[in-house]
Write a protein that binds this ligand. Structure first.
Ligand code: AMP
Length: 418
């Protein structure tokens, strides 16, 4: 019997897997530089955290959670997103009593029972950042700028930013009612009519053409914002412009999680087909209270690592080999292996990326392995070299070869390592 990765999952394998690491690093670096501390929470939580936090009527909670009963009889769920866990941890550790905002970033695996397709998986990876406990438009703008800087640092040029405001608990109810009035007059199937009653904003996000066609005259949230929300949104937009970040206003952007208030945004890439969102986020001023905490106005985002690698591929950015080896050692015979092994260890301790041929293959096989490794140099050691106390350093691109005394190899390679 053989096994395969479960449907909707896949393995990151070398050399491509290096890009997943590169992306995780690049997307988190701007937040780390901006004072966000690292948080790591469990991969599973009490099921009620997500049903209450993410929202009972969302797709995530109604049909996408991996929920199981523990041996102790507790209902647990593999995390479908990161924000609810972060808020839970902040409340549990009482951080809201200290200096605000609390800035945190994280990275890890998330699980949703999705209809698997290109760019949409049941196990995927995100980098997230959250700023909790402060209602300041500069914080919303900061997070958006940090995400855009992360994408830009990877060389991505095609990331677009969609921006909206969903209002607050003062103005959203009236908008919700106006939207419901409009939607009740449309020709919709039963499931969608039910959604109009429970979560009408989500209907705006319906992708089916027959529904979309009827939504053209729908009331827009931006026309129903209260004065405070309007001013807040204007401030966010002004700060983005001042920081040189272009955005597109999208009054229909609602996003799939119930906890959003005011600022919402999404990062899109047009090279990805249907699953074009490479990241998204927004403000969630009510989430803490929803899960039993004090008022803790907050804002955050989650960026998809897998889709960001796909976006880089679409822009032709995966060509250069990431983190290539500096050298590949080729011992010719057993005595040579014994001599070259400590040299390889020494080179690695000196910070050089070095591999060697294993398995006692002949010269031809070992040189092929050296070529395939992508290393810049082969370090070849034969009996005559042992006698001479030197190693042949062969430039694999040009074929040039020089004998370098064993005691000088570290210095020699370090000199070339620029
Ligand atoms: P969300 O938590 O739904 O706002 O997702 C944030 C980002 O995570 C999205 O923009 C995607 O890039 C990524 N993402 C969400 N769900 C999936 C999935 N099922 N497969 C791959 N990436 C995903």
């Amino acid at each position: 019997m053989t096994f395969q990765a479960p449907k909707g999952t896949f393995d990151w394998m070398p050399p491509r897997s290096e890009w997943a690491l590169t992306v995780r690093d690049a997307l988190s670096a701007p937040a780390r530089r901006a004072g966000y501390g690292y948080i790591e929470t469990p991969a599973f939580e009490d099921t009620a955290l997500f049903s209450r936090g993410v929202g009972e009527s969302t797709d995530i909670v109604t049909k996408e959670m991996y929920t199981f009963t523990s041996r102790g009889g507790q209902s647990l769920t593999l995390r479908p997103e990161g924000t609810a866990s972060v808020v839970r941890a902040v409340l549990e550790h009482g951080l809201y009593g200290g200096p605000l905002p609390i800035k945190l970033w994280y990275s890890g695996s998330y699980f949703r029972y999705e209809r698997a397709q290109a760019g949409r998986y049941r196990h995927f990876s995100q980098v997230g950042a959250e700023a909790l406990g402060s209602e300041d438009p500069a914080l919303d703008a900061e997070l958006i700028v940090l995400a855009m800087d992360g994408y830009a640092s990877l060389g991505l040029r095609g990331v677009r930013l969609l921006l909206n405001s969903l209002g607050c608990r003062e103005c959203r109810p009236a908008y919700r009612a106006a939207l419901q009035d409009f939607l009740r007059g449309l020709d919709l199937d039963e499931a969608t009519r039910a959604r109009v009653e429970i979560n009408p904003l989500r209907v705006l996000d319906d992708k089916r053409p027959e529904v979309r066609a009827q939504l053209t005259g729908a009331p827009l949230v931006t026309d129903h914002l209260c004065g405070a929300c309007k001013a807040y949104h204007e401030e966010v937009r002004g700060l983005l412009t001042a920081a040189g970040v272009a955005y597109e206003d999208d009054p229909r952007l609602v996003r799939g999680l119930d906890y959003y208030t005011r600022t919402t945004f999404e990062f899109l890439h047009d090279g990805l087909g249907a699953q074009s969102a490479v990241g998204g986020g927004g403000r969630y001023d009510g989430l803490s209270e929803q899960i039993g905490g004090p008022a803790l106005p907050s804002v955050g985002w989650a960026l998809g690592v897998d889709r960001t690698v796909l976006a880089m591929e679409a822009e032709g950015l995966l060509t250069e080999r990431p983190r290539a080896l500096g050298a590949f050692a080729v011992p010719l015979g057993e005595e040579a292996r014994r001599r070259i092994f400590p040299l390889v260890s020494e080179l690695r301790r000196a910070g050089l990326a070095v591999d060697m041929a294993f398995g006692g293959r002949g010269v031809k096989g070992a040189m092929k392995a050296a070529d395939r490794s992508g290393a810049r140099y082969a370090l070849i050691l034969g009996d005559r070299d042992i006698e001479a106390g030197a190693v042949q350093v062969k430039d694999l691109a040009t074929g040039d070869q020089t004998a370098v005394p064993l005691a000088e190899v570290v210095e020699f390679l370090k000199g070339k390592d620029s």
